[in-house]
Design a protein around this ligand. Structure first.
Ligand code: SAH
Length: 275
């Protein structure tokens, strides 16, 4: 149709950081000030939307919540991005944390290229880095670890037995995204695979937000201390020798709150309209 001829729209695929609104980059803030349309994930602070998006912009919430069912299908998100860009608009597609870590950015890049739409990718502070900093856990601290891995265990079949052995024997720091619901099993698998007794685990709820909580202990004590816990979303898990440093270097006390910092997906789902 003729709208394709006229378009000079552009899409900014941007990371909003893990929660604390001040972890937004200046670059993303400037794009939010110029945007015609902002299409945002659930794990983006409402402070960012309220304070930095210009008042004329249209804000669309397309929350997804792993395992909790309700979500905006990726195909709908792709259509929205493409439609607005083809109308000549500056679209900011805002994602929690960093754009490239455990996100559907590939689908979005593919439709942008297929439709010959210009884009930029602007990184953000991923949850692992935000959580580690705000929990006082240096991820590759000297004499503790020389590497860090970003992983997920949200589906039981993502990791096979050989991988468990490797994960249990490595000295790399392990960071698990989207895995708080399967945490008991994760710990069990690592213990069955004979993880070393000097490895500790930290479960970090709502990292970098005022509602942050960190629960940490030796991996072998986890079942007794925190087994069967249900954590507030979003939660990240860090495992390794470095986690022991949390006790010494933590600089934020637990909020001891179990309220939600981010809007639950059910609410944001029906907000797929002007906000
Ligand atoms: N692109 C995001 C990750 C999206 S996957 C990033 O780079 O951070 C969603 C998962 O990220 C959640 O299930 C949780 O494991 C983690 N996560 C995101 N924000 C978090 C936060 N503030 N605190 C703890 N975990 C968080």
């Amino acid at each position: 149709m003729n709208k394709i001829k006229q378009h000079k729209g552009k899409v900014i695929l941007a990371g909003a950081g893990p929660g604390d609104p001040e972890l937004l980059t200046l670059k993303v803030m400037r794009y939010l000030q110029k945007a015609d349309v902002v299409i945002t994930d659930r794990l983006v602070s409402t402070v960012i939307l309220d304070e930095f998006v210009n008042k004329e912009a249209q804000v669309l919430h397309v929350g997804k919540q792993c395992r909790k069912g309700a979500s905006t299908p990726q195909s709908t998100i792709n259509e929205l991005i493409v439609d607005y860009a083809l109308q000549g608009k500056l679209v900011v597609r805002l994602k929690g944390g960093d754009v490239s870590i455990f996100s559907n950015v590939l689908d979005e890049l593919q439709v942008l290229v297929e439709n010959k739409i210009d884009y930029e990718i602007v990184p953000g502070v991923t949850a692992a880095l935000g959580a580690a900093a705000y929990a006082g856990i240096p991820l590759t601290a000297r004499d503790h670890s020389t590497a860090v891995r970003f992983l997920t265990y949200y589906k039981m079949d993502v990791i096979d037995d050989n991988v468990w052995k490797d994960l249990a024997s490595t000295n790399d720091t392990l960071v698990f995204y989207m895995s708080s619901d399967t945490n008991d099993l994760l710990v069990k698998k690592l213990i069955e695979s004979k993880i070393a007794t000097d490895k500790h685990i930290a479960v970090i709820e709502q990292a970098t937000t005022p509602l942050q909580n960190v629960y940490s202990c030796n991996v072998y004590e986890y079942a007794e201390k925190f087994g069967n816990s249900s954590y507030v979303s979003p939660t990240l898990i860090i495992i390794g020798k470095v986690v022991v440093l949390h006790q010494q270097f933590k600089w934020i006390e637990n909020s001891n709150s179990n309220e939600n910092y981010f809007q639950p997906v059910a609410k944001s789902k029906d907000a797929l309209s002007r906000a």
